[in-house]
Design a protein around this ligand. Structure first.
Ligand SMILES: [Zn+2]
Length: 447
């Protein structure tokens, strides 16, 4: 039995069986939950969490630096591809210092919104023109430090990015992404170690950016002794143009291509999975590949609405990501998952509320390689997110339905690994996060 260091009494808490009133959560010195008791009276030394307490939220898909584009890309219409030009202009300006500043501010914003674990899909590896930094992993290490600053856990999804399109060499700012080939990427990444709050995973950017003959080397690189794999993420069929290029070059869909090269499986996450055939959905489901939907980004970039319900029915766990951070609000991602399905199907209640909670918590953490996290249960890291039920948005809502009414602004207290990182909506170590963001964003556009 763990020695208890601290205890909280939650007005309501979302336990594995659903929402329960009056829950005491006792946490050990190791930051792990030692005891959970429902229908409990408050003890004198308990800290009170007034509202609905969820497990820590997992943001499964992030490009932290895209946060500097928020509110700056809406003037001239366009498409995903014209948006990407703006993103590249930003990418060309960043160095390890500005990358750290931005990520530290963005991860602090995530903490304020209840995110206790983030998967960073990181491909900006090298200096201008592809010049190597003294520390080959300087940009990755900046992310590790940034997550530590914000007090949240990180899965570093270090990304292979080798071509501009199928058979098209990288050019301009894209040369900063280039490790030459899968072997070069693996040699760079293998020097990075896990630590208490960081796990090193991998990503292959997309079938546009990684030639098919490199895919199996990447799978080998993420396979550990004993056959278990580290998390492997991939952008999949976000745009119809990707499918067309893949069919033209390889004669198969991107999903089929990944399946044929052994990429799919329970430790793999397909991000977006928007434009899929019925066979693609079956392949993803049968292999238990997680689908990470990023609804607020997909609508912002006019990507389309993916077949999330069908993927879940086929067997794919669903996870959620804020991706480019047009918004940074996991409650909105979960709500949009359901609402976009309502718009496309004409039916309400396409997902049950426990499914939405799972997407934000247990499935998300599993996709990031933290399967022990994402639940309020003995043995799990003590990650607690308290949502007020007395705000102008949530007042009057049933606790069990409050996640469809609340926003990130209703997150009052956040505990990660037993440490209070946000109290009264204030970040305990980062301080004024709006100020940090303003400074980090203006610095990268000024340079
Ligand atoms: Zn992405």
């Amino acid at each position: 039995m763990r020695c208890v260091e601290r205890s909280w009494w939650c007005e309501y808490a979302w336990l594995p069986e659903g929402p329960v009133a009056g829950v005491r959560v006792q946490v050990g010195h190791d930051g792990v939950i030692a005891r959970v008791e429902g229908g409990a009276l408050r003890h004198d030394d308990d800290s009170i969490l007034a509202g609905l307490v969820l497990p820590g939220l997992a943001n499964v898909h992030s490009h932290a630096f895209h946060r500097a584009l928020r509110g700056r890309t809406h003037a001239e219409g366009g498409t995903f591809w014209t948006w990407r030009e703006r993103m590249y202009a930003l990418a060309s300006r960043l160095d390890p210092d500005t990358y750290y500043d931005l990520a530290a501010a963005v991860y602090s914003e995530m903490a304020l919104s209840g995110i206790t674990c983030v998967g960073e899909f990181h491909y900006l590896h090298h200096g201008p023109g592809g010049a190597r930094y003294g520390d080959l992993n300087a940009m990755s290490e900046a992310l590790r430090e940034a997550a530590r600053f914000a007090g949240i856990r990180l899965t570093l999804l270090d990304t292979v990015y080798l071509s501009a399109g199928i058979g098209v060499p990288l050019e301009g700012v894209q040369r900063r992404f280039d490790d030459g080939d899968a072997e070069g990427w693996a040699n760079r990444v293998c020097s990075m170690q896990d630590d208490e709050t960081t796990r090193v995973g991998a990503a292959l950017h997309s079938v546009r950016a990684v030639p098919a003959d490199q895919l199996e080397d990447i799978v080998d690189a993420v396979t550990m002794d004993g056959g278990e794999r580290r998390p492997l993420h991939v952008h999949l069929s976000e745009q119809a143009a990707e499918n067309a290029a893949c069919l033209a070059s390889y004669g198969v869909t991107p999903t089929r291509l990944l399946a044929d090269h052994g990429v799919l499986g329970p430790s793999t996450t397909a991000v977006h999975a928007t434009h899929l055939t019925a066979q693609d959905i079956d392949l993803l489901g049968a292999t238990r590949t997680t689908a990470c939907i990023c609804p607020t980004t997909e609508r912002d970039l006019a990507d389309g609405i993916g077949p999330a319900r069908a993927l879940a029915d086929a067997g794919s766990p669903l996870a959620l990501g804020t991706d480019q951070h047009a918004l940074l609000d996991m409650l909105e991602e979960a709500r949009a998952l359901e609402m976009h399905e309502r718009l496309s199907s004409g039916i309400r209640g396409r997902f049950e509320l426990p499914e939405l909670i799972r997407a934000m918590t247990t499935s998300g953490h599993a996709a990031l390689g933290w399967p022990e996290a994402g639940r309020i249960a003995v043995g799990a890291p003590a990650d607690l997110v308290c949502i007020r039920l007395d705000s102008v948005r949530t007042a009057g809502a049933l606790p069990e339905q409050a996640v469809l009414a609340a926003t990130a602004s209703d997150v009052d207290t956040v505990v990660c690994d037993g440490r209070v990182i946000v109290a009264d909506r204030y970040h305990q170590t980062a301080g004024d996060v709006a100020k940090l963001l303003t400074s980090a964003v203006s610095r990268c556009w000024r340079n």
